[in-house]
Design a protein around this ligand. Structure first.
Ligand code: PRP
Ligand code: URA
Length: 217
């Protein structure tokens, strides 16, 4: 079970030893893209079990080889919404547990000088409003990208939205909470602060560049 954050009502932190162990390797600057991607997907998979706990189920009749019985199935479709690019790095891990989930994409990049989100792409299932949406992005820094993605989902009619991230800054959690208090955020760590470049400290650097091997220098 994740722990409820003392500081933020809408934040749950996964303090599970296995997740914390994997996060320590992810943070290490010596970890390359292959291990970085693998570990992010593994952590996302471990989180999914709890993130899906409050999904509604409905009764269904199933015929086993011996008799008919009542079982339960998820009541509404699930749409994973990775924020490009880095959100892709956790999506396969969730799909391992939820192969039936649909995947919508939202493309947002942070302007390097203003740190404000720049929206460049979106493609969602036509009936996304009918089910659960899970926004996926390993980094919640200023919260600008997450809020822009959540706003887009709201405009598409989504009412049940959660977010999975890896590392969150207090500033970003506060912003998402202020703008979307009903959106539960699940993370592996609440870090100390943002630095002057709006990077999370201690953080793990630029997640997208580490995932895709596009680091400069
Ligand atoms: C990173 C990260 C988030 C965003 C977080 O993406 O993956 O989307 O920054 O910052 P914020 O909370 O201040 O908005 P980036 O803009 O670097 O794009 P990328 O994933 O394509 O590298
Ligand atoms: N985006 C990242 O990839 N890392 C940060 O620390 C902040 C924003």
């Amino acid at each position: 079970m994740p722990i409820q954050s003392d500081a933020f009502a809408s934040l749950r932190i996964f303090d599970h030893p296995l997740i914390q162990h994997k996060l320590s390797i992810v943070r290490d600057r010596a970890t390359g893209p292959a291990d970085f991607r693998r570990l992010l997907n593994e952590i996302a998979g471990l989180m999914t079990y709890e993130v899906s706990r409050r999904f509604d189920t409905r009764p269904v009749r199933v015929t086993t080889p011996l008799e008919e019985t009542e079982c339960r199935q998820l009541d509404r479709p699930v749409t994973l919404v990775p924020i490009l690019r880095a959100g892709l790095s956790m999506t396969d891990g969730v799909l391992q547990l939820f192969p039936e989930a649909r995947v919508g994409h939202i493309g947002i990049r942070r302007d390097e000088s203003t740190h404000r989100p720049v929206f460049y792409y979106a493609k969602l299932p036509h009936d996304v409003r009918d089910g659960y949406a899970i926004v996926i992005d390993p980094m919640l820094a200023t919260g600008g990208s997450a809020c822009a993605a959540i706003r887009y989902l709201r405009d598409a009619g989504c009412r049940d939205i959660q977010m999975i991230c890896l590392v969150a800054a207090p500033e970003g959690v506060q912003r998402v909470h202020d703008e979307h208090p009903d959106v539960m955020i699940h993370c592996a760590a609440l870090d100390r602060e943002l630095d002057g470049n709006a990077y999370i400290r201690p953080g793990l650097g630029d997640a997208g560049d580490r995932v895709f091997g596009t680091l400069e220098g």
